[in-house]
Design a protein around this ligand. Structure first.
Ligand code: ATP
Length: 700
């Protein structure tokens, strides 16, 4: 506080300097602070009236409300600081003021008398307290110069302010830009240099609180992004705390495990999965992290992987588990199948087995009947032809002979091939599928047998292994073998006989231990007769032949089982609740002849689940081409569930062809002639569709 003679002298000197500058433009730079000199010069240039000081630039209530709204966070954070600062000076004639970065007063708090004096200057909410508006003052000058400043008495440019002392400090945001300014103003004779120190500390407190708030809202935003992502994915995701309790889960996780969120949350993860995955990960640490496990759930087999979350000090804080439906087995990066099996505790699942997780490296003891049965559990169907095919497949799994799978497109040949592999003693080895129809004829040789370094333009320097080498110790699935070019058939035969390959451009014989499963939807006997398939190769691959029945030959019971299975698994994949199908819609499915087999059925159900939110599928939800079956359609309706359907097959070929032609025509119309979408909807490949368009002369 300024007192006595010295104080009076200082005041007089300040007033003298001010008068010299205002009336004679004289400046004694030794006696004046350079920031004040610059400010005075700015004010003179801006033609601010030095004999005034009453603010006439004030925002009305509505605009002020908007301004406060856009400075909401600053106000919220600064208010408790203002209150605490005012509390310490209360009764001493001071007021505390908060302005935004444009110098507009957002808030004032002070002693009654001081607020009254301030009001006479319009020094209150909504006033624009800048240098241009009211001359040199702590608020305006601090905002202009970006530094904390104290302005006392005649240091103010306007004479009406000469009885005031003001201290202000800018408030900066986390990125350094000025958000506003905090000021403390009071009577001139209460001037104390410490006041500025107090205001600087208060502004800093506001700044650090703002930083905390911003990082909190950034954290909230990051959390929201994460939650949105977790809710959008189709995989099931669960969070597990350090005690192995599930603390959160997304909808697909609940659907896949067949448990409501309320039940799942709070359950012990090991109880849900019926094994001890988590403690394995917690104790084995990184070694168990991220590995895939196979578990059995009500929906079928699921792949589960658990990854631990570690604190910065290295201790384990919990884990994230990801589960998804096992699609054709679990393939490692090199296309390897992995996985033993354990059971999840869904409502309809036997939890009493006590099976723990079986890691790929641990393996499943070979030869145990129950374990060998598991791979075939994914093949849905109990009709006689399906049971017969499964029985043959079981036998195939027990030996290492070449297998030939015959069946229409989409009937499940790959599912069978994978199941045979998984049930065989090669299950620890890779399962390598190759679609012979989709390989360009120029590349098929190198794809199958590999090539040595630099053998052709664009080849990798060190060469590349072919599918036979990749399948070493495992199974090679040659799909659509009927489409393999004749010259390749000779090479394939040689490899099968010699059990060794030679890479394209190479000279080394590489022995390979590969079990071949071939598949086709073509009539190989006819292909042979017409010279398109080698007889010797046919007999070489046709050691054990398994016919996969088309869906229309499986009976209504199988169709119902497949429909229910697919509805649950597709719903889980789409992340939507499972829905039922009413009997009329089921009857309509049974009346259709399913040329695209299970794949077509899956596509139809997926389309329905995408377009409807209803929890029951009715006739009107089904595609139109199903709603108008041809009169003499050989559908499945009326067939006895799960019974062999031996009678009544007759010779339906021409009728089915008519129906097929009609289905293709309608699908083409529906998708405006788009081949890819039409093929997808019909559950057949594009090439097959092109063949059929040619066959039925539907090209235009
Ligand atoms: N019996 C089944 N139970 C459950 N899903 C099945 C069954 N059969 C087939 N599927 C499913 O139907 C789809 C088509 O099966 P898959 O690819 O094995 O048929 P494919 O006969 O090999 O077809 P393509 O001849 O076109 O290669 C896959 O999504 C598969 O999972």
């Amino acid at each position: 506080m300024m007192a006595g003679h010295a104080g009076l002298n200082k005041r007089r000197n300040l007033e003298k300097n001010w008068e010299d500058f205002i009336y004679s433009d004289k400046l004694d730079l030794n006696k004046l602070n350079s920031d004040i000199v610059s400010s005075w010069q700015r004010c003179k240039k801006a033609e601010v009236n030095p004999l005034g000081g009453k603010c006439d630039h004030i925002y009305g209530r509505d605009r002020l409300e908007q301004i406060c709204e856009s400075n909401k966070m600053l106000l919220e954070v600064a208010t408790p600081v203002i209150e605490s600062v005012y509390h310490t000076v209360q009764g001493s004639g001071f007021m505390v003021v908060l302005v935004n970065n444009e110098g507009i007063i957002l808030k004032t708090m002070g002693d009654y008398q001081t607020l009254n004096s301030a009001e006479r200057l319009n020094f209150g909410q909504g006033a624009v307290w800048t240098e241009e508006s009211v001359g040199t003052n702590a608020i305006g000058t601090s905002l202009t110069s970006g530094i904390p400043i104290q302005i006392t008495g005649a240091e103010h440019f306007c004479s009406h302010h000469h009885v005031w002392t003001c201290s202000a400090a800018p408030i900066c945001g986390p990125e350094g830009h000025v958000l506003g300014c905090l000021d403390m103003s009071g009577p001139y004779d209460k001037m104390h240099p410490h006041t500025l120190g107090m205001i600087v500390a208060a502004a800093q407190a506001i700044e650090s609180q703002l930083r905390r708030e911003l990082s909190k809202s950034e954290l909230e935003l990051a959390l929201k992004k994460l939650t949105t992502a977790v809710d959008t994915v189709t995989d099931g995701i669960m969070y597990i705390n350090g005690d192995g309790i599930i603390t959160d889960a997304n909808i697909p996780a609940c659907n896949l495990l067949g448990l409501s969120y309320g039940r799942l949350k709070g359950m012990r993860f090991n109880h849900v999965l019926g094994g001890d995955i988590v403690s394995g990960c917690f104790t084995a640490g990184a070694s168990a992290n991220g590995e895939d496990f196979i578990i059995s759930a009500p929906l079928g087999r699921l792949v589960c992987s658990v990854k631990t979350i570690t604190h910065s000090n290295g201790t384990i804080g919990g884990a994230v588990a990801v589960i998804r439906i096992q699609k054709n087995g679990v393939r490692g990066p090199g296309g390897h199948c992995t996985g033993g099996e354990m059971k999840a505790a869904g409502p309809s699942t036997d939890t009493g087995s006590g099976n723990g997780p079986v890691r790929p490296s641990g393996g499943v003891s070979s030869g145990t009947a129950s374990r060998q049965a598991a791979p075939f559990n994914g093949i849905i169907g109990c009709s006689q032809p399906v049971r017969a095919a499964i029985n043959l497949a079981r036998r195939a799994a027990a030996c290492s002979s070449t297998v030939l799978l015959l069946g229409e497109s989409g009937s499940g040949k790959e599912v069978f091939a994978m199941s045979i592999h998984m049930a065989s003693d090669r299950r620890q080895g890779p399962f390598i599928p190759v679609n012979c129809a989709s390989l360009p004829s120029g590349l098929i040789q190198s794809e199958l047998f590999g090539y040595s370094g630099g053998s052709f333009t664009g080849a990798k320097r060190d060469g590349q292994r072919g599918k036979f080498e990749l399948a070493h110790g495992g199974t090679l699935f040659l799909d659509e073998i009927g489409d393999m070019p004749l010259e390749m058939q000779a090479n394939l035969l040689r490899v099968l006989q010699e059990k060794a390959v030679m890479r394209v451009g190479g000279s080394k014989i590489i022995p390979v231990d590969v079990r071949v499963i071939a598949a086709t939807n073509k009539d190989l006997l006819r292909e042979m007769q017409q010279g398109r398939f080698r007889e010797d190769l046919f007999y070489r691959i046709n050691v054990l032949c398994i016919e996969i029945p088309p869906v229309r030959d499986r009976g209504a019971g199988d169709l119902q089982l497949l429909t229910q299975h697919l509805l649950v698994s597709i719903a889980a994949r789409l992340g939507r609740p499972v829905c039922k199908i009413d009997s009329a819609a089921m009857k309509m499915l049974a009346e259709y002849h399913w040329p695209g087999n299970v794949r077509e059925l899956a596509n139809v159900l997926e389309q329905v689940l995408i377009i409807t939110d209803d929890d029951v599928i009715r006739v009107e939800h089904l595609p139109r081409y199903l709603q108008k079956p041809a009169r003499d359609s050989q559908g499945l309706a009326g067939q006895v569930p799960c019974e062999p359907e031996e009678s009544g097959r007759g010779n339906p070929v021409s009728t089915l062809e008519q129906i097929e032609k009609q289905a293709i025509r309608e699908a083409l119309q529906r998708f405006d002639g788009n081949i890819s979408r039409t093929a997808r909807a019909l559950g057949i490949g594009r090439n097959t569709l092109y063949d059929k368009l040619k066959k039925y002369d539907l090209k235009d």
